[in-house]
Design a protein around this ligand. Structure first.
Ligand code: HEM
Ligand code: HEM
Length: 224
């Protein structure tokens, strides 16, 4: 796949994070819907690890994954929108400025979802998140209320995410999904300033991010 004219945009860890999150969010909905709460909580712990990893990867990962390289200032957004409406769609090396806003919203919504799940208690106090014993029953119920509301918000954001991806495919003939699967897209799509250093993962940094994710899971597992 790594032909001479294909360039890496998304590192393997970020792609694994993405598709595992897609699978797990669907599984979280399904398990909650069917009352299979032991699996809901087990898979919730894995999501906690994944989201912790992504937050650290936003600090340590390659440029396309790193939060400080994301451009979301008004100038960047207006410039990008002008290009789009002017019919001059230019693929972005990484998230485009508007996409970045939706990515930030989704990551935040996932944090709220997982964070409140940890403290949630159901009405009769039978089903509770791993940290629920640290808070009062009322606070646990409040967390569960937010958990439910945040889920609706997450579903809306995921819906917008998919509509945006289909829009790029249909109206701008830009397939964003393939790079999220293979990591790569044609280098002719870009102006030529991009290098592998912008997107290649570093193994020592990956080890640090994974260690932090495991430490967070361990702390929660032993903290309730
Ligand atoms: C549970 C559902 C989903 C969630 C929570 C989700 C979440 C995310 C997040 C957080 C990112 C940013 C990646 C990062 O920088 O960490 C992202 C990007 C992306 N997602 Fe999803 N996603 C979901 C479903 C899907 C589906 C079903 C598809 C494909 C049809 C998809 C395709 C993509 C693509 C192509 C990108 C990269 C967009 C770009 O080029 O800027 N996602 N998604
Ligand atoms: C993206 C991640 C998650 C999603 C989409 C999700 C979704 C849901 C949904 C839809 C419900 C049912 C709300 C209701 O109708 O009562 C629920 C309940 C619950 N979730 Fe999650 N959840 C997630 C993460 C977690 C995590 C990480 C934990 C803890 C480890 C957790 C623990 C709970 C508990 C204890 C309940 C029962 C609360 C109640 O019945 O009021 N969830 N979740």
């Amino acid at each position: 796949m790594a032909g001479p004219n294909r360039i890496l945009v998304w590192d393997g860890a970020l792609r694994l994070f993405h598709w595992s999150t897609v699978f797990l969010v669907a599984a979280m909905w399904w398990t909650a819907e069917n009352g299979i709460m032991d699996w809901h909580k087990r898979m919730g712990m894995i999501l906690l690890g994944l989201i912790s990893f992504r937050l650290v990867w936003g600090l340590l990962g390659p440029r396309t994954a790193r939060f400080t390289s994301w451009k979301i200032g008004p100038g960047a957004i207006l410039g990008y929108l002008k290009g789009l409406t002017g019919g001059a769609h230019k693929p972005s090396f990484g998230h485009n400025p508007v996409g970045t806003l939706s990515v930030i919203a989704m990551l935040l919504a996932l944090c709220v979802q997982v964070g409140t799940g940890l403290f949630s208690v159901d009405v009769d106090g039978l089903e509770s998140g791993p940290l629920a014993s640290l808070v009062s029953f009322e606070a646990g119920r409040q967390a569960a209320e937010i958990h439910e509301t945040a889920f609706n918000l997450l579903v809306i954001l995921i819906g917008l995410h998919i509509v945006a991806i289909v829009t790029y495919l249909v109206f701008f003939k830009d397939n964003l999904v393939r790079p999220m699967v293979t990591g790569r897209r044609a280098s002719e799509d870009f102006e030529g300033g991009e290098t592998l250093a912008d997107s290649k993962l570093s193994w020592p940094r990956l080890a640090i991010a994974l260690a932090v994710a495991v430490a967070v899971m361990w702390a929660v597992f032993n903290g309730g």
